[in-house]
Design a protein around this ligand. Sequence first.
Ligand code: ACO
Length: 344
Amino acid sequence: MTDAIGLHDQRPARHFNRTAAAGWISRVVGYGSALPDRRMTNHELAAMVDTSDEWIVQRTGIRERRIAAAGENTSDLAIRAAGSALERAGLTGADVDLIVLATCTPDRTLPSTATRVQAELGMTRGIAFDVQAVCSGFVYALAVADNMLRLGQARTALVIGAETMSRIIDWNDRNSCVLFGDGAGAVVLRAEHAEAGEPGGILSTHLYSDGRHQDKIYTDGGTSSTQSAGKMHLAGREVFLHAVVNLAQASQDALAANGFTQDDVDWVVPHQANQRIVETLGEKLHLPKEKIVLTVDHHGNTSAASIPLALAEAVDDGRIKAGDLVLAAAMGSGFTWGSALIRW
Ligand code: ACO
């Protein structure tokens, strides 16, 4: 044990895990993404704070990130990503009966961002709500939607990760302002009877959190405490160390629960926090770099949007194909972390 809440003492005594069972399963039938037009390069940041393109690239792998325009809100990005996911699935908003939207940068304190997406998509029935697990948000939202589909509470679900991280960044803090970007990604899930085809879709989800680490990445405000969203602060090096351990553990749990080894994995789509975190994870899992989808160089860390953005890019460019085994793993503020194993 390194300290009271150190690296070796962070695995919860119990965790909840649900693997595929007979009955309903959720298949991914569509995907989409949306990015703001504005690109911000490292050189622009170097004109704002004491940093350099060389430092940022070497320590993080990030070269540029997208920044939402004034008036371009999280819901606007989410609506675009969801619309393109529905189009690829050959569906409209009227076909959807569940929206689970992961974000830590909602348009408003209330109502949920998901309900604005619901209205804009022309979906007038069903369920829409937000999930808040910061950078793990997409994996959490996927788990919630998958469980609801399996229980028969919905048939068709939109799972969205959408963020405007630029709105909670302190642009004078070089420790954090170089890391984040804005964007959104979405997938459409469809419940199918397991007997109807090959076992596939979402094979398992594993979720974890350990609130003892809530002050390692945090905002210095919030609705209840300061009546404002506040700005983000992080203990980068500590987060880095925990991220590698937790991402590896969640990934190994996913493989073990399904009887797979790392050799069975076609693609790892990790949360895009830092290229070095992702590469260290690859080494820990004994997975070659060629199997890891990396988008942090041009997206930065887009929090809950990072995994669906990376998924969309890798499917679009032909890397991820139908039938591939895809391992997604995320870790974020809280700490929260988790994994999802998907037969694409
Ligand atoms: N430009 C130049 N120097 C900088 C910058 C910057 N933008 N930021 C920090 N430094 C300095 C520090 O002040 C420090 O200087 P000092 O030694 O004089 O004190 C030095 O660089 C080294 O700082 P470290 O924190 O040790 O650098 P490290 O190699 O750990 O990289 C980083 C920092 C990039 C933040 C890394 O730790 C990281 O990516 N951490 C995790 C990312 C994260 O927190 N993500 C938040 C979401 S959670 C998640 O996604 C997992």
